[in-house]
Design a protein around this ligand. Structure first.
Ligand SMILES: *Cc1c(COP(=O)(O)O)cnc(C)c1O
Length: 373
């Protein structure tokens, strides 16, 4: 049995009549930029997240970038980021002319280690930017306490965590703002690019609305040098349909994660660790093994799709070669990059798919044990 890493067409098929109707509604409305679909999605998504405002933007990277600009981050400033994240988190900081300051993750949860944050704070620090990586909430309370003590803002990268809960409350307004991506493969995915920022801060939301629209509130009157970063109404209409299914689809991901946890407990893989206060939404199911590359080759031969999130941490990327990070070590991020891989999980992976994934993993770990002896 072949199992793809993720089946996005199955997601469309399940909701095809509603999605087709939503698209037709936009096409016949004449509102091709902004308009009622974008406003309705912003209102529905902010309520879902428990935030007072949602501002739609063009993608997740822009959500991070514009949120940092709205927090007045600029050249000379520093922003604390995880050493192990998708590079977008760092790029958003660099795009403001500010410097990303990497902090290592907790080796069990993969999320930024709150105990290491204070040592990274300098007089230039403006923002702490935790990422809810793989769909698991970061430990926000100690992060918020540190931010409060030092007068810093907290911007959360929620791109992988739509619907995840921290201490019973959905991600969306614990910190000053949360940046979201609706990239197609995300738990709440559009059929193209999309993004948003949620916040309870009226002033921040207002700045974001101006920044995303050429720095303009009134047509042809420009207050600041803004950007063109708007959420497409076609994507907003599709996202409205998908938002009504998000909890059910996240529940299906959780059911697969439970199966994996039970079925893979004794085959030498390091499985995800979930703290008691976390309700993850399993954007990715990431495991670790010292012979990762050999395992992946066998998984590929067995027809099971796998990916590595992420093979090269940002500080080792050529993009950051001139920043001096190469001379510094981030051993936890590097170990994760060497040993981790993601196995198929998603709302359209059925139980026989999951069984095939587990059987292939057991075969692969077994034969790599034998070869060691
Ligand atoms: C997907 C992702 C982003 C960027 O989102 P885009 O919509 O692709 O720009 C940012 N941060 C993280 C952690 C992501 O996974």
């Amino acid at each position: 049995m072949k199992v793809p890493f993720l089946d996005l067409v199955a997601a469309y098929r399940e909701l095809q009549p509603q999605i087709d109707a939503a698209i037709a509604r936009v096409l016949t409305s004449g509102h091709y930029i902004g308009g009622p679909e974008v406003e309705a999605f912003e209102s529905e998504f902010s309520s879902y997240c428990g935030a007072t405002h949602a501002v739609g933007v063009a993608n997740g990277l822009d959500a991070l970038h514009l949120a940092l600009l709205a927090m007045e981050v600029g050249p000379g400033d520093e922003v604390i980021v995880p050493s192990n994240t998708y590079i977008a988190t760092w790029l958003a900081v660099s795009q403001c002319g500010a410097t990303p300051i990497p902090v290592e993750p907790d080796a069990c949860t993969y999320n930024i280690a709150p105990a290491l944050i204070e040592a990274a704070i300098t007089p230039r620090t403006k923002v702490i930017l935790p990422v809810h990586l793989y769909g698991q909430p970061a430990d926000l309370d100690p992060i918020l306490a540190i931010a409060h003590k030092h007068g810093l803002c907290v911007l959360e990268d929620g791109a992988q965590a739509h619907g995840a809960r921290y201490k019973g409350r959905r991600i969306g307004a614990h910190g000053d703002a949360v940046a979201w991506s609706f990239y197609p493969g995300k738990n709440l995915g559009a059929m193209g690019d999309g993004g948003a920022v949620t916040t309870n801060d009226e002033q921040l939301a207002d700045r974001l609305r101006v920044l995303r629209n050429y720095g303009s509130r009134v047509k042809y009157v420009n207050e600041v040098q803004g950007y063109n970063s708007r959420l497409d109404p076609l994507q907003a209409a599709i996202l409205r349909v998908k938002l009504t299914h998000l909890d059910e689809w996240n529940a299906r991901r959780c059911a697969i994660a439970r199966r994996y946890e039970q079925g893979l407990s004794d085959c030498g893989l390091t499985l995800p660790f979930v703290p008691e206060w976390a309700e993850p939404v399993w954007h990715l199911y990431v495991v670790q093994h010292p012979k990762r590359n050999a395992l992946l080759k066998q998984m590929d031969e067995a027809g099971i799709g796998t990916l590595i999130h992420y093979p090269i941490p940002p500080h080792l990327q050529k993009a950051y070669a001139s920043s001096g990070f190469l001379r510094r070590r981030f051993p936890i991020a590097e170990q994760i990059a060497h040993q981790c891989f993601s196995v198929p999980i998603g709302p359209h992976l059925n139980t026989s798919n999951a069984a095939a994934v587990m059987a292939a993993l057991k075969d692969a770990t077994e034969s790599n044990l034998n070869r060691q002896r």
